[in-house]
Design a protein around this ligand. Sequence first.
Ligand code: 5GP
Length: 117
Amino acid sequence: MYDRNNIFYKILHGEIPSKKVFENDVALAFYDINPVCKVHVLVICKRECRNLEEFVQGSSAEEVKAYFETLTKVAEDVLGLGRSGYRVLTNTGRDAGQEVEHFHMHILGGESLKGVL
Ligand code: 5GP
């Protein structure tokens, strides 16, 4: 069950501030509070779902496409990482070390990511 008592729900609803990068109907992008590299941005979906599996299962094909289009737009156009390159990833569950149970993807870049997990 999705629990509204998570930090990203609060950011999404303006209860906690964030350094916003981009927002549209499907997603909100903001800087990670504890960056692991020069550019570390989180792209959270606006639907209430805990992880990638719930997001894909509970969304229409158009919603999934719109989310991933937003993800690439933020990485390529907003952050300008297209030329130098970047990594996207999502954590699901305990073994992945997922901290926040609201579906999001990380965009990492701005420097060489060799050695950055
Ligand atoms: P996860 O491990 O769930 O994939 O990643 C959660 C990410 O959220 C972590 O990289 C962590 O630094 C970030 N984070 C946790 N709390 C906050 C917060 O209050 N604000 C922001 N901007 N990022 C947060």
